[in-house]
Design a protein around this ligand. Sequence first.
Ligand code: FES
Ligand code: MG
Length: 572
Amino acid sequence: MKTAKERRSSNWFGRDGKDGFIYRAWLKKQGIPAYELEGKPIIGICNTWSELTPCNSHFRELAESVKRGVLEAGGYPLEFPVMSLGETLMKPTAMLYRNLVSMDVEESIRANPLDGVVLLCGCDKTTPALVMGACSVDIPTIVVSGGAMLTGRHMGKSISTSDVWRFSENVRAGKMTNEELAMAEAGMCRSDGHCAVMGTASTMACMVESLGLSLPQNAAIPAPDAARKVIAQLSGIEIVKMVKEDRRLSDILTRQAFENAIRVNAAIGGSTNFVIHLLAIAGRMGIQLELQDMDTFSNGIPLLANLQPSGSYFMEDLYYAGGLPAVINALLPHMNKNCITANGKTVEENYNKAVSYNKEVITDLHAPFNPLSGIVVLHGNICENGAVIKPSAASKHLMQHTGKAVVFEDIDDYKHRIDLPDLDVDENSILVLKNVGPKGYPGMPEVGNLGLPAKVLAKGITDMVRISDGRMSGTGFGTVVLHVSPEAAAGGTLAILKDGDIITLDVAKRTLQAHISDEEIAQRKAIMKPNYPVATRGYVQLYQQHVEQAHLGADLDFLKGGSGSEVTRDSH
Ligand code: FES
Ligand code: MG
């Protein structure tokens, strides 16, 4: 228990003289009565609302629900904005700004009179950015996610983000008209909320819940459901308790909690982006977590949630079937059950009564949808520090495959040549894309699930092995090897691959190997020239100079760890 005097905010509002006057007087201009600032826990609501982040466009209302809860529990809420990251509009990729936002969040929390903070997270990168920033401060923190949008509708069928890739291939293959595509566009996003499949946003919401950073059921309640506002209000009540009991991120985010998150991510068929974000969060907490842990702790965990892109259903269906609690309940034999969560209860206490109401959507360990799930970490001479593949989104017949490389030097090279009739490619080839890693294409865009060449598509082929140092949208699918580290721009072996090199992918053996001798690799590296644009000023220059490789979480090197919640000196 912390007394009012021991709280951070007392260093502002509990002061006498000039400083206390300044701190209180200007807040009072917002119509705040004096008693609100006399020792109540001050709760920051970190809001990523923005009309440029359509997935978070309902967050002003959500913040109002949080405030009701904070007031009801005897705290006082103060909402503040941080830079928002909209996945769909931001160029070159929202991921470029994840670390920047984390700095915004960290410094905003530390500099202000906050005793606890509620993070409003939704669209993909808003979740890891806010959590990373908060971790580097480590005050009591709870996450309220925005929730997924309702399932899209098109010509009598359910559609969602995962179909975007299919639609565009269908149009290119002449199986869908432009008019039909326009109708799909109109029916895709029809309510508040983030992408409705197990893409990165939903993966992040599940990550937060499985780490214990939110109340149970936070992950899957749809954005427009009244229960979303209810959980926001309950979280407002909870954060005041967390402040009183001084339950911080470091009490919740133990090594065991990270292991739990990896297991849950496997069971839900979560996005490959999970890997990078979880490693970055662990880095902020000083928890030793390695890329290999993604494989170790997801190995043996089958797919228990039947959600696109690994399965058939949508986030709305997950909620109606019992939500993430039902998945975690089914996984309890594998979980670290004693981990403490935001509400002070253990994982076991929170989830031991949860049930699945629909076994088509949430099954149990006895009848999994796919025995293969999670993230497989590959090693070999192309990826000395690792690469990842998501087997549940890949094709069985390509899990062990040897083929001739068709190499693209960068994304522009790919775009210019992929559909050329004389491109020497067939369905057995392996498409290799260089220079889309953290440094090479600053931010590491989601281009790893390269569209197939037109002449392969024309044969009715829907998947090929693809390899890159980039990422893939959480809604993407295919036999796609991602996050090759070191990336081409950092001098990785990927950079020296040429057309016609023979490559073997063997997922069961965890290997990705080019059939090139070490001598040949060394010779090619000796004459290799870097081939990526280098920024000469501003944030992008800072990013390129300091970003770490994908297998470490792609954080900026100087942001690792935290600086705590120290109350610094006065300004006046
Ligand atoms: Fe925001 Fe998919 S675009 S979650
Ligand atoms: Mg995405």
